[in-house]
Ligand binder design. Structure first.
Ligand SMILES: C[S@@+](CC[C@H](N)C(=O)[O-])C[C@H]1O[C@@H](n2cnc3c(N)ncnc32)[C@H](O)[C@@H]1O
Length: 258
């Protein structure tokens, strides 16, 4: 098994957890292909916010690209090129094989080194689209945002659609939402106890921390909104927290100064 060099133990452990989770996307390859052929994996909210930018045929970089269906959707929505990067060789290989089977010109270079060090040249992207991405890094957000700003050409945009930082505190009870006593909004990290990243360490950030990270990376904030819909509804659960009265996701659009 390939082991990344110069990467700390928690990143290695996370990569192992993601490689294990990604087996699902290999088992379900046929369903994934069918989904890619018939619909979009992007949330309606993401499409609404991205559409004016995608109308300009941007070159897109998609960090932490995962199963690769968003890359396919971004191409279908107007991107001229999409490069997805991920540190899980299982995920990246499966995403590349699916794109090849669909005859799409997509690349998923493996992201071998540390997270805030994407192996792509400065200024190569008109648009960076990130979803469920930056809480995998320590220190969450700051170094990641600097690397995303580096990838953008002057005037290029960073679009983020993430789980709201409060989500780690919501219980998944179906009757009423409880605040988990084993979690803190201001903690540094917690161990994920859900599929798909069960066992992986997630680093925490506050909403203010995420915005400040983008500003300190030299980006101008153009939009910030909190949304009730969850990023991830896992099988068979109907959590009260997902019924519209609590924040579960946020979207952020920032621009590198022209
Ligand atoms: C929740 S998935 C997001 C997938 C995709 N952005 C989407 O919206 O469907 C998170 C992805 O981040 C990748 N990842 C986690 N930590 C990483 C790291 N340190 N470097 C590179 N990729 C990482 C995982 O392998 C996983 O595929």
């Amino acid at each position: 098994v390939w082991q990344p060099v110069g990467v700390d133990q928690s990143t290695r452990d996370n990569r192992d957890a993601w490689n294990a989770a990604a087996q699902k996307y290999i088992r379900e390859n046929e369903e994934m292909l069918a989904l890619a052929r018939t619909g979009s994996s992007l949330f309606p909210r993401e499409i609404e916010l991205l559409r004016p930018l995608l109308a300009q045929s941007p070159r897109v970089v998609h960090p932490q690209s995962g199963y690769g269906l968003d890359d396919i959707a971004l191409l279908a929505e107007g991107a001229s090129a999409v490069v997805g990067v991920d540190f899980s060789e299982v995920t990246a290989t499966a995403a590349q094989r699916r794109a090849d089977e669909l005859g799409l010109d997509l690349q998923f270079p493996l992201h071998h080194a540390s997270a805030e060090d994407v192996p792509l040249p400065d200024g190569c992207a008109d648009l960076v689209v990130a979803a469920q991405a930056f809480h995998w890094f320590d220190p969450a957000a700051a170094a990641w945002a600097r690397d995303m700003a580096r990838l953008l050409r002057p005037g290029g945009h960073l679009f983020v659609f993430e789980a709201h930082p409060m989500v780690s505190l919501w219980s998944k009870d179906s009757d009423v939402t409880r605040i988990r006593e084993d979690r803190s909004y201001f903690a540094r990290s917690f161990v994920n106890d859900d599929f798909p990243a069960n066992g992986a360490v997630e680093f925490q950030y506050s909403l203010g921390g995420a915005v400040t990270a983008a500003i300190e990376a030299g980006l101008e904030i153009r939009h910030l909104a909190e949304h009730p819909e969850p990023f991830w509804r896992h099988g068979g659960i109907d959590a009260a927290a997902w019924r519209g009265h609590l924040p579960n996701t946020f979207s952020l659009l920032a621009r590198r100064r022209p």
